[in-house]
Design a protein around this ligand. Structure first.
Ligand code: ADP
Length: 159
């Protein structure tokens, strides 16, 4: 089975992520969306919430699985019999770091990284921009799936 992992924080998942996930699902037998649990990183949503939001938003794809992991992506790959990582590239600014990371992952574990160029509609989009805009009343309805929009509004309304 040809399986690829799409790793990230997904705090929360955006339409940019979903575009990459759905396109990867057309190329691979299975796409595993791996949500990073990093105890030293402050997130708006817990890892369980982030997993649930992605599961809801990807339920129409029967070859997309959502899981969580802590530690190195290459260890997750080894444990799940995955030989490649897929990453979305938005702009040149993503490139330097992603290339270093890809080379490190190949050097350490022989895991390949494939880069998919972003859909130009979402080239500017990141989870942090969505959170910043939503926090101050911005309209992010075209940028995230409906379930995320709903959870974002209720989370930000909490005291
Ligand atoms: P991280 O915690 O590594 O910054 P994110 O959750 O923000 O990860 O993103 C996970 C992956 O999705 C990264 O490879 C990132 O480049 C990609 N990505 C994020 N936003 C977009 C977008 N708008 N278009 C394409 N790819 C994206």
């Amino acid at each position: 089975m040809r399986r690829v992992v799409c790793p990230g924080s997904f705090d929360p998942v955006t339409n940019g992520h979903l575009d990459i996930i759905s396109r990867a699902a057309q190329l691979y037998d299975e796409v595993v969306v791996a949500v990073a649990q990093n105890p030293s990183k402050t997130t708006l949503f817990t890892v369980a919430e982030r997993v649930e939001l992605i599961r809801e938003a990807t339920k129409r794809y029967d070859n997309v699985r959502v899981d969580r992991f802590e530690g190195l992506t290459v260890d997750f790959c080894r444990d799940n019999d995955i030989s490649a990582i897929i990453k979305g590239l938005r702009a040149v600014s993503d490139f330097d770091y992603e290339m270093q990371m890809a080379q490190m992952n190949y050097n350490q574990a022989g895991v390949e990284t494939l880069f998919m160029t972003t859909n130009p509609l979402y080239a500017f989009l990141s989870s942090s921009l969505v959170k910043d805009f939503a926090k101050f009343g911005g309209d992010v309805s075209g940028l995230v799936p409906a379930n995320v929009l709903e959870r974002l509004s209720s989370r930000l309304a909490e005291p």
